[in-house]
Design a binder for this molecule. Structure first.
Ligand code: ADP
Ligand code: ZN
Length: 518
């Protein structure tokens, strides 16, 4: 069996070996098991359903939210002689009928569909008539309200199970924290799925965060060290992109702007010039990057705080695809946090606003972290790690450290005493011996940990708790009002079997310059 699959890999796809997880995932899919696949972008997820699709008797239906990627994949498959087609709202009625005909005559191995199309009754009926071998749900995090990219159309995919009992489902995603992962498995009703979680580590990327004082000067100083290497500079608005591009051009840099306000021709030109190395710098909004496959991007700068760790990870992940050393620089202004909060208060949907806020706070916490950046990232994605990386600003230029075991014990036992049912600020209130109405009402002033930490300020504790989260001892449950939960690694510390080094909190924020604007 594996031999035959390897032959198929070589002959059909032209690859000589498997990437991490592919062989196991494909074997499980062919054995008819549900699968949950978590692999970073570029990890080779498509192959996990494309290869089984060719071996299975009936059609494999791939659900994807991204129309352009759908077309690209189908074009590539067809160019390789594989019977594939797609159906989405960009197709004419005739084209859709043509695809349905191909389906009827069993001429398709792979059918890509947008979720809203898949769930139309006629479509379901047609698929039931011809029979489906496998459903692959790409970008599966879109199904979760806790995910960073929830799409209502995806939610209805839960019905697939009723329409197609016994047809295995493979859920694939590149970005999912533990809460989202669980939710995907639940929403799609995966039955004892085969689970593969690939590593999200990108060891050749060096993560650095600088507090933002005079952003343009800081950026220019940074770019001067980069000589003429390729880089992307991300900003949060089109206006900022245009402004910064002009400033960089004025200083003699070969830079171009890229955002969704430009027409397709301009965007293509910029992208091509960048790819050919005619253009060193792209200043862009999040619109830039999807499907950009340039291996020698040496650095990615975030001029403003990204909205989520997922976005930060994706965007920085565009650097160093060739495996050669690359850098990710984030310029961080703590005031961005307040700005985001005000912006969110204008949002309508409360649950979404809450989730967005919590995700943003995780991003802010990353920027404020006193812990190895890579540890923070990987623990956020649920990839338990304890060894600092040696290739980030914190590892290379470490903050002052002290034995934080006792503080950690106080903090962790307080989380335990409140039944792992409260968030950061409440637990700190209890530790600091607050007599607030909430503390009194809950009887938390009677807990043995009440007042244990009253000699330290709220901010000091906040820094300690953030470090415990970043070290993977505590987790904030995004699906549950961000309540703090203890993770198994906390146990030896609570029992006094292991000691813990923490960073002395850097509370004094550096002097604010008169103008933090450009
Ligand atoms: P993802 O969907 O996880 O982002 P893709 O499926 O697009 O990743 O694959 C990323 C790249 O890796 C593609 O160019 C693909 O052709 C290539 N690839 C996938 N599997 C293998 C393999 N086993 N060997 C070599 N290249 C592979
Ligand atoms: Zn590190």
């Amino acid at each position: 069996m594996p031999e035959q699959l390897l032959t198929a890999l070589k002959q059909i796809f032209g690859y000589s070996s498997w990437r991490d997880g592919q062989a196991e995932i494909i074997a499980a899919a062919l054995a008819g098991r549900d699968c949950f696949v978590l692999l970073p972008t570029g990890g080779g997820k498509s192959l996990c359903y494309q290869l089984p699709a060719l071996q299975l008797p009936k059609v494999t239906v791939v659900v994807s939210p991204l129309m352009s990627l759908m077309k690209d994949q189908v074009d590539t498959l067809q160019a390789n002689g594989i019977a594939a087609a797609y159906v989405n709202s960009s197709l004419s009625r005739e084209a859709v009928l043509e695809v349905l005909n191909q389906l009827r005559y069993d001429e398709l191995k792979l059918l890509y569909v947008a979720p809203e199309r898949l769930l139309q009754p006629q479509f379901i009926e047609r698929l039931q008539e011809v029979g489906v071998s496998l459903f692959a749900i790409d970008e599966a995090h879109c199904v979760s309200q806790w995910g960073h990219d929830f799409r209502p159309d995806y939610m209805a995919l839960a019905q697939l199970r009723q329409h197609f009992p016994g047809v295995p489902v493979m859920a694939l995603t590149a970005t999912a924290d533990p809460a989202t992962q669980q939710d995907i498995v639940q929403q799609l009703a995966l039955q004892q799925p085969f689970i593969h979680r690939g590593s999200f580590d990108r060891p050749n990327i060096r993560y650095t965060v600088q507090e933002k004082f005079r952003p343009l000067e800081q950026l220019l100083a940074y770019l001067k060290q980069q000589e003429n290497h390729s880089g992307i500079i991300y900003c949060s608005s089109r206006r900022k992109v245009d402004e910064l591009t002009a400033q960089l051009q004025e200083k003699g840099f070969k830079a171009a702007a890229y955002h969704a306000g430009h027409d397709a021709t301009h965007r293509q030109q910029v992208q091509d010039a960048f790819k050919r190395d005619d253009l060193a710098l792209i200043v862009a909004t999040v619109a830039f990057g999807m499907g950009v496959d340039k291996p020698n991007i040496r650095f990615v700068v975030h001029f403003e705080l990204p909205r989520t760790i997922e976005a930060y990870y994706q965007e920085t992940g565009r650097a160093g695809r060739d495996g050669v050393a690359a850098e990710a620089l984030l310029l961080f202004d703590p005031a961005d946090i307040g700005r985001m909060k005000r912006w969110l208060q204008t949002e309508e949907n409360n649950l979404r606003a809450e989730v967005t806020w919590q995700r943003f706070l995780s991003m802010a916490a990353f920027a404020e972290a006193q812990t190895c950046r890579r540890l923070v990232l990987l623990n956020y994605f649920g990839e338990a790690r304890q060894q600092p990386c040696g290739n980030c600003d914190i590892c290379l230029n470490p903050p002052q450290r002290f034995d934080g075991t006792e503080l950690a014990q106080k903090a962790l036992s307080c989380v335990y005493r409140v039944n792992q049912n409260f968030g950061l600020h409440h637990v700190i209130e209890v530790l600091r011996g607050s007599q607030s109405q909430k503390v009194l009402d809950l009887g938390h002033d009677k807990l043995s940990t009440w007042g244990l930490g009253k000699e330290l300020s709220h901010d000091y504790w906040l820094s300690i708790f953030r470090q415990l989260i970043h070290h993977g001892l505590l987790q904030q449950d995004i699906s549950h009002h961000s309540v703090l939960r203890l993770l198994p690694v906390a146990r030896p510390i609570l029992r006094g079997e292991q000691r813990l080094q923490l960073a002395v909190p850097r509370l004094q924020s550096a002097p604010k310059m008169a103008s933090s604007k450009l």
